[in-house]
Design a protein around this ligand. Structure first.
Ligand SMILES: *Cc1c(COP(=O)(O)O)cnc(C)c1O
Length: 427
């Protein structure tokens, strides 16, 4: 589905002036839409005792956007030192930060424990020997392997590198309790861009069953269950949206049943990235070239450095041309960037209104895993980011990269190591 009608109605009237003022290309994010989705999440889970979204920082790691999340009462799901720093930059501390790293190194554990700490979500049983100090509150990421819930296989995470296996999970908590952990959470993350809400319901059911079983075996209670992120959004024009209300209802009922059986109710945590911000962003670029060989190519002033998903995964992103619509003459084109990589294409053989040089082109649904995934291959730099605020202001929230940024790592103190001389000197 293209961007919402509401976002389009906010963006369309200001697009030309905004593009003239800031220059293209840029990602622009819609604060109103982000807040509406946040409110919808809270409403959907109002039936659960306590609900909290931990926004997955990697989806849109910009402090201006993270400040909106914090204002809505959300926490942050971080998996690197940079993401921890961003979360703290907007004031998140302690249990408002969840550190879900994998293949974690000692510096990361130190960073996760600094500044009032964060919830440690351990990816492996062996990491308990490597945390500097066993925290009172501990969480493990569970990988169910090819286990079924009811008739459903939830993915096939046997080949995934993440999490503690089914055979290890009870031992993980036993060991943690023996080392002084007193408070417990349980996490899993199995879906990716999944629009079938039932998948998340099954995930919640699986974690509730597991929490009940571990709880009985070890006589512990789980303060929270985190069912991960991975909620899908409709990128394609015919994609149905995820039924958030039904998901909330069914998961709430499962939590209520758990409460009745176990005499307490854990909090429900979610760590959505894409669902929170994906539909509320667009990449605005201008057409700069048109080329007719075996196919027609429309070249933009943006490339994969601004948005990797189409080139990397063949992902569909809806494209519209500002000021032109279905009523204008259409043609089938490839929409491309300037990378020396033939997969640097935003669309392949797409029917679009005829595009001329200078036309502003909108690539939809770039609010998650868009700018943040960009890379600098070929010396192509990442574009700026703008925020369309609820009061109508358009704020620059990240400038474009410049050559001085790109070359910054080429300025360093000379270091010519001569191993033979070093060996000589040691003798
Ligand atoms: C990437 C990631 C998320 C967010 O995924 P979305 O598909 O953007 O919802 C959440 N949790 C973890 C552990 C992740 O790695």
């Amino acid at each position: 589905m293209p961007m919402s009608k509401a976002f389009e109605d906010r963006l369309s009237p200001i697009l030309t002036e905004t593009a003239d003022h800031f220059g293209t290309p840029f990602h622009i994010y819609d604060e109103t839409g982000i807040r509406e989705t946040g409110a919808a999440l809270k409403a959907a889970f109002s039936g659960v005792g306590e609900f909290r979204e931990y926004f997955a920082v990697k989806a849109l790691p910009n402090p201006a956007v993270l400040a909106i999340m914090r204002d809505m009462g959300f926490g942050f799901d971080c998996s690197s030192i940079a993401e921890l720093e961003l979360a703290r930059q907007v004031g998140a501390r302690g249990e408002a930060v969840m550190f879900t790293s994998n293949n974690t190194g000692p510096k990361e554990f130190l960073a996760a424990g600094a500044d009032g700490g964060s919830i440690l979500n351990l990816d492996d049983i062996s990491l308990m020997d490597k945390v500097p100090k066993m925290p009172e509150l501990i969480c493990f990421r569970y990988n169910p392997g090819d286990r079924r819930t009811g008739n459903d296989i939830i993915g096939n995470p046997v080949e995934s590198k993440y999490g503690v296996s089914h055979a290890q999970i009870v031992d993980a908590y036993r060991k943690a309790a023996a080392r002084g952990a007193k408070r417990f959470g349980l996490h899993t993350m199995l879906a990716s861009n999944e629009r079938n809400y039932d998948y998340m319901v099954r995930t919640a059911e699986m974690l509730l069953d597991l929490a009940a079983r571990i709880g009985r075996e070890l006589d512990i209670r789980f303060e929270f269950l985190n069912i991960g992120g991975g909620l899908g959004i409709p990128y394609g024009p015919d994609d149905a949206p995820l039924d958030l209300a039904a998901m909330g209802r069914e998961i709430s009922a499962l939590f209520a049943a758990f409460g009745a059986q176990n005499g307490y109710m854990p909090r429900l945590y979610l760590e959505s990235g894409r669902f929170m911000t994906g539909p509320h962003g667009a990449l605005v670029a201008r057409a700069i070239n048109r080329k007719e060989i075996y196919r027609t190519y429309v070249g933009l002033d943006a490339c994969m450095s601004a948005l990797m998903r189409p080139g990397m995964y063949g992902a569909y992103h809806h494209i519209t041309v500002h000021g032109k619509d279905g009523g204008d003459p259409a043609e089938v084109v490839d929409v491309v960037g300037a990378l020396c990589e033939n997969n640097d294409k935003f669309a392949i053989q797409r029917s679009l209104p005829k595009i001329g040089d200078g036309d502003p082109v909108l690539i939809h649904d770039t609010g998650a895993h868009g700018h943040s995934m960009g890379f600098n291959y070929n010396g192509r730099l990442r574009p700026k980011e703008l925020l369309l605020r609820t009061d109508g202001t358009v704020s620059l929230i990240r400038r474009e990269e410049r050559l001085t940024d790109h070359f910054a790592t080429l300025r360093f103190r000379a270091d010519d190591f001569r191993p033979a001389e070093a060996r000589e000197g040691a003798r």
